[in-house]
Design a protein around this ligand. Structure first.
Ligand SMILES: Nc1ncnc2c1ncn2[C@@H]1O[C@H](COP(=O)(O)OP(=O)(O)OP(=O)(O)O)[C@@H](O)[C@H]1O
Ligand SMILES: [Mg+2]
Length: 294
């Protein structure tokens, strides 16, 4: 007798990022304490919690800006814990900042080209404008333009960064963070968007309050850009946000921090209904107002 064939189960991918027992103190303040979580490949993980919960400190620890007091951080099995920031970028981690940090006097294009050229090998070549250096610059320009087009900034390429409205400055930060993950060769430009060659581009993109200061319409539009970037670049993301409706709309998994520790994690739906999370964060007036809009 033949038994009905079961559909082949999809093999589950190992987590992209594994954080274990992560701690960081500043004097007597335990900003992050014994924090453990995984970030699944190709997902968007929301990291939420009240002010001072330790969210930005987690990003600073992952990117090597701060050294942990204890614990480990592994990306695809590679221990990042003691690596320096530039090594962590090379391993595939890029970020944006809670407070926008752009080169204000440069054009948008130049802002995005900076990390691409910083990866170039030939300082002397750049100085003497050798054919190789000119080729490198041309490739960086093409890559930067392709990335900017993907986030909807193609028309702003030659504007000075400081003249952009706030929402576009946030997008420019995302474009620059994406460019950090590409070496000189860059993505190929095919059709309307960038096709990320499998060996290039950031693996993990950390977005620290990208919608801060945005109104509802701008926040929704930013959500669409984030989803597009995730699809086009195949990049895994972590998203810190106080715009809870954005987190609930686009995140595949949500972790909630409070006073340096992990209060809860799960699907957006699970987290939203969790009484501890409601008591510590979602029940507060600002978060409640946000939730009522969803
Ligand atoms: N460099 C530092 N020196 C001293 N204390 C710090 C430092 N960085 C963070 N902290 C403290 O660690 C705690 C967590 O700060 P963190 O910025 O990570 O919170 P957050 O969750 O990102 O808050 P917010 O939502 O307001 O951005 C706070 O008490 C903060 O004052
Ligand atoms: Mg913060």
């Amino acid at each position: 007798m033949t038994t009905p064939m079961e559909p082949p189960s999809k093999p589950s991918l190992p987590p992209l990022l594994e954080v274990r027992g992560l701690s960081r103190s500043f004097g007597g303040i335990h900003a992050v304490e014994e924090l453990s979580f995984d970030v699944a490949q190709d997902g968007i993980m929301g990291l939420i919690g009240p002010n001072g919960a330790g969210k930005t400190t987690v990003f600073n620890l992952i990117t090597g800006a701060y050294r942990p007091t204890a614990g480990t951080i592994c990306l695809r099995g590679i221990d990042l814990t003691k690596k320096r920031p530039h090594e962590i970028v090379r391993a595939g981690v890029s970020r944006t900042f809670q407070n926008i940090r752009l080169f204000n006097r440069m054009t948008c294009l130049e802002n995005v080209m900076v990390p691409l050229l910083a990866r170039g090998k030939s300082m002397l070549g750049t100085f003497f404008r050798t054919p190789f250096a000119r080729g490198e610059e041309q490739r960086a320009r093409e890559t930067a333009l392709a990335v900017m087009k993907d986030v909807g900034l193609a028309d702003a390429a030659h504007r000075v960064a400081s003249t952009l409205p706030y929402g576009l400055q946030r997008k420019l930060e995302i474009a620059r963070a994406l460019a950090c993950g590409f070496s000189g060769q860059g993505p190929s430009v095919q059709g309307p968007s960038v096709q990320r060659p499998s060996a290039q581009g950031p693996r993990l993109l950390l977005l620290d309050e990208p919608a801060a200061g945005m109104n509802d319409a701008e926040t929704r539009e930013l959500g669409e850009v984030i989803l597009k970037v995730q699809k086009d670049f195949g990049v895994t993301m972590m998203l810190i946000e106080h715009h809870i409706e954005l987190v609930m709309d686009i995140c595949t998994h949500v972790a909630v921090m409070d006073r340096g520790t992990l209060l809860a994690e799960g699907s957006p739906r699970d987290v939203r209904g969790d009484e501890r999370v409601i008591a510590a964060y979602l029940g507060r007036p600002r978060a409640r107002r946000e939730l009522e809009r969803t």
